[in-house]
Design a protein around this ligand. Structure first.
Ligand SMILES: Nc1ncnc2c1ncn2[C@@H]1O[C@H](COP(=O)(O)OP(=O)(O)OP(=O)(O)O)[C@@H](O)[C@H]1O
Length: 287
């Protein structure tokens, strides 16, 4: 991938805290316009990676390029091209939603209109509320609003929908699809694997500071991990069979009469991910 095609390019990224390697040689690219999901268990190194790319944390070694700039040397003009939604929101002083958004909008040359952003994140009716009086999920929406108000080329979303109710999450997904349609590159970390499956073009799975898989969302874990399972009940006993040809299998099964409790289950991204991370942890423990 060339520099112009990739919004983010990372090679052999390492971050040590004392003797502890939080990032142990991570390499990946994110294409312009792509939504890339960085997945991994708690403490895997996702936030460390994101914070290095945002220019908030220095790396120990390796190279990083974000919109063509080394984040360690990124100036104000570079920062203005990024949208950042951190994992935890900052201090929420005694300001209203509209005041906060208007204030942030003033930092950018071509901000989105404040009302458009309020409606995009579903905060209509809360414009005049003090941010500290909002619920946790509503405050998270303010964080997202602040992240998108400057029309970022690259949007970092670190667990953006934590605390959202199911309806708000769906609403947020629509917003992300709209931003993507406008050409925004998005780097998302989330523990909601359905969210990653809904929004991501590609994903990287990180565990123990290493990238253990990377690829299109529907190829993560490899073909074997995605083989469907056919389940049915025979003589009162639950049976199951993994097969890459479930149609043929079910047709043969149905020759003996309609199978009871028949299900064909395709492993979800969550199933595949848990298997992948579980296998990695087992391999590390036995090494
Ligand atoms: N300032 C620090 N000093 C020492 N260790 C740190 C520091 N910041 C992070 N770590 C360690 O680095 C590792 C990676 O942390 P990081 O926050 O990147 O994980 P994460 O994948 O974002 O986890 P989560 O899903 O819980 O947010 C963890 O083991 C963490 O304890």
């Amino acid at each position: 991938m060339t520099e112009t095609e990739s919004a983010v390019s990372v090679r052999d990224l390492r971050k040590n805290y004392g003797g502890f390697a939080a990032l142990d040689g991570v390499s990946f690219d994110i294409r312009r316009g792509e939504t890339f999901a960085l997945l991994g268990p708690n403490g895997a190194g996702k936030s460390t990676t994101i914070e290095i790319l945002e220019g908030y944390r220095d790396r120990t070694s390796g190279t990083a390029s974000v919109l063509g700039v080394d984040p360690q040397n990124g100036g104000v003009a570079w920062k203005a091209r990024l949208g950042i939604v951190l994992q935890s929101s900052g201090e929420t002083g005694a300001v209203t939603v509209r005041e906060q958004l208007t204030h942030f909008a003033s930092f950018y040359a071509n901000p989105r209109p404040v009302d458009e952003v309020i409606s995009a994140v579903g905060l209509e009716g809360k414009e005049s509320s003090l941010i500290r009086r909002l619920s946790g999920g509503q405050r998270r929406r303010v964080d997202v609003a602040l992240g998108i108000i400057g029309r970022p080329e690259l949007l970092f979303l670190d667990e953006p929908t934590t605390g959202f109710d199911p309806e708000a999450r769906r609403h947020f997904w629509d917003l992300i699809r709209k931003l993507k349609a406008e050409g925004t590159t998005i780097l998302l970390t989330t523990h909601y694997l359905d969210e990653a499956a809904q929004l991501g073009d590609r994903a990287g799975v990180i565990a123990g500071g290493k990238l253990i898989d990377i690829g299109p969302i529907d190829e993560i874990g490899g073909e074997e991990a995605r083989v469907p399972v056919v389940r049915w009940i025979e003589n009162g006993v639950r049976r199951e069979q993994r097969t890459s040809e479930p149609g043929t299998f079910v047709a043969a099964l149905a020759k003996g009469g309609e199978p009871l409790g028949l299900e064909v289950i395709r492993p979800s991204l969550e199933d595949v991910y848990l298997q992948l991370v579980g296998d990695h942890e087992e391999a590390m423990a036995s090494a």
